[in-house]
Design a protein around this ligand. Structure first.
Ligand code: FAD
Ligand code: UDP
Length: 372
């Protein structure tokens, strides 16, 4: 036995929130992390005064005042509003789908004209009932032109599957608006932490009651951890924890290719999506624009994001929440229920397409249940 009350596996947002809450309840916590840094996928690193989002663009957004206040304890957020640009075969369009997009596509000027255009495209499609997949959902929301130019190619390369085999909820993440408003999110609060995300996790873990060890994989010492720690918070892959005994859950992986360029401004926006099927990457992030150009003059850093098939050993960035995988996850969740020593949490532990605010919420709920 150790002197610790908890072992937290994974120093991402879920693990860090849980560890902090436990320490506030006077518990001793050991955190292990297999990467060589804390913060999981929200990790940012300063290069030339630019906060580089090492695992893809992260924009914090929430409508939950409590979550916004909670995260505000660890960083000051700027007024960044995400407004990606779509590049379809060299033509630029505003995202999400709004009056600017409709006007760029069709030359329409009023919401009524845009609605009419979309209605006409939908009318020819014989869509009835609740959309059964992403393709039906997208067509019923925005019609054929937008689906073909801004959704189909991007979606199919992002997920490596046909849009008609993907769940509808994925596309419902994006607003459709009949106003000239390029804000990608509908949430009340949004921003980027000034000075990056890593500080948030570092501050959560900065307690005399928390010890953090990076470069350590739970599975290298699993038996010992289970023997020594009364309770374990596991934020890695739930199917791996159970040794894939019921089968493998599917994930989507990514490769990030980052370049430093000797120019001030490469694309004029933080995020540009390449929505055609042929371009092998989905988006280019120009990191300095998350903080309105802050950083060394004459330099910029861009990252191309290439989706790829996940194999064991790759980083599992996205759960693929289709019916088959959700059923398999349910079977793992049933096993997890009997594993009384372990709490499974986060994007991988709960196999959910969680955004940051949802992970914080879920970790706070788990901590409350466990600690109070
Ligand atoms: P993670 O951050 O994955 O942390 C889990 C940690 O556990 C990792 O550090 C991992 O290395 C470690 N670990 C796993 N297995 C083991 C093991 N066996 N032993 C030791 N350590 C282990 N959310 C937003 O709100 N806004 C966005 O704009 C946004 N953009 C995103 C873009 C991309 C490309 C991706 C992939 C995600 C994005 N997200 C965004 C989601 C956000 O990254 C997650 O909600 C959040 O990081 C999940 O936190 P977590 O702690 O659950 O998981
Ligand atoms: N999407 C799209 N075209 C775009 C951007 C997004 O078709 O230009 C679809 C795609 O299926 C994607 C989903 O909308 O997976 C959700 O997009 P989001 O930006 O929320 O994805 P994330 O940032 O989580 O990768």
């Amino acid at each position: 036995m150790t002197a610790y009350d908890y072992l937290v596996v994974g120093a991402g947002l879920f693990g860090a929130v849980f560890a902090r809450e436990a320490a506030l309840h006077h518990k001793r916590v050991k955190v292990i992390e297999k990467r060589d840094h804390v913060a999981g996928n929200i990790y940012t690193k300063e290069i030339d005064g630019i906060q580089v989002h090492q695992y893809g663009a992260h924009i914090f957004h929430t409508s939950d005042q409590e979550i916004w206040d909670y995260v505000g304890q660890f960083a000051t957020f700027n007024r960044y509003t995400n407004s990606p640009i779509a590049n379809y075969k060299g033509q630029l369009y505003n995202l999400p789908f709004n009056m600017n997009t409709f006007s760029e596509l069709w030359g329409v000027r009023t919401p009524a004209e845009a609605q009419q255009k979309i209605d006409r495209q939908r009318a020819g499609l014989k869509l009835t009932g609740t959309p059964r997949n992403l393709e039906e959902q997208a067509l019923s929301l925005v019609g054929t032109d937008i689906y073909e130019k801004l959704i189909k190619g991007y979606t199919e390369k992002q997920w490596g599957q046909r849009a008609r085999d993907l769940p509808a909820f994925i596309i419902r993440r994006l607003p459709v608006r009949y106003t000239f408003d390029n804000n990608y999110f509908n949430d009340t609060y949004q921003g980027i932490p000034i000075g990056g995300y890593t500080q948030i996790v570092e501050k959560m873990l900065a307690s005399e009651l928390i010890d953090v060890e990076t470069g350590v994989d739970f599975f290298d010492h699993r038996a010992q951890y289970l023997r020594d720690y009364p309770k374990i918070i596991f934020t890695g892959m739930i199917d791996q924890y159970f040794n894939y005994q019921l089968g493998e859950l599917a994930y989507r992986s990514l490769q990030f290719k980052t370049e430093e360029l000797a120019i001030d401004n490469y694309q004029g926006n933080a995020v540009v999506n390449y929505t055609d099927a042929e371009t092998p990457f989905t988006r280019i992030i120009e990191h300095k624009h998350f903080e309105f150009g802050k950083g060394a003059a004459g330099k910029t850093i861009i990252t191309r994001e290439y989706p790829k098939i996940w194999h064991r050993g790759d980083e599992p960035y996205y759960p693929i929440n289709n019916v088959k995988n959700n059923e398999l996850y349910k079977a793992y969740a049933a096993l997890a229920k009997n594993e009384k020593q372990v709490i499974f949490g986060g994007r991988l532990g709960q196999y959910r397409y969680f955004d940051m605010h949802q992970v914080i919420h879920s970790a706070l709920v788990a901590a409350k249940k466990e600690l109070e």
